[in-house]
Ligand binder design. Sequence first.
Ligand code: PEP
Length: 256
Amino acid sequence: MKQKTIIIANWKMNFEPNIEAGLAEKFVSGLTRLANDVEIVLCPSHVGLHQVNQFIKKSNLVLGAQNMSWVRQGAFTGEISAEMLDDVGAKYCIIGHSDRRIKLGETDKMVNQKVLCALVDDVLPIICVGETYNERSEGKKEIVVQRQLEAALKNVSGQKPIVITYEPVWAISPGGPAMPDDIQPMIELIYQSLIDYFPLELVEENFRIIYGGSVDGSNVSGFLELDKVSGALVGAASLSYDKFKTIIEQAKKNTC
Ligand code: PEP
């Protein structure tokens, strides 16, 4: 997997659009140089996408969304389609985040439907998989991650870029982080599953596997040094310009 390292900021439901736009402006002016080597994706709230894009579109940073609908169009009050995200400038969308699976009952089937809708409408999926603390304690982490991955990728051709995030739920702040020794076998499992589902050339060309869960400037290098880890999904530490910049600087060092 020789694609660019990708670092994704997931701002969740933390800021109003004008604050998100202010942060995006700061990120654009401070991180543009580093974004030549590291793909930097900012995922604001849906209502912040347009404002944030006003700054991002003039830069080499990239816009992403945090969620999208499992259907393409129609009477689905309150839903946001992949086509709408594409229209507002989002290149990526996070799909299947554990916040949504656990707190909103998002199923494996919905995750798959979202992935298929995203790919049809030119939005690249960032698919999250990962076990809970209980599933891990019960020795089920491999079964859970394989089930989520297989379901998410059903009927996917593998012809377009996809990011798979291994994000153990117990490692998300304030819980984590996971230790590199915990993560490496799971990354290997995800990679082996991908090459079971798709031809090796497609996996190498179109898939990146990344880690998420309490990533910060002090631990990101340890994750990026792991075999087949091509980036990180960052929540809490992406809410601060200084903390996020440190992560990007460390990620750039890893590319050298
Ligand atoms: C997340 O929830 O996607 C995440 C990465 O959060 P944090 O970095 O805060 O653990």
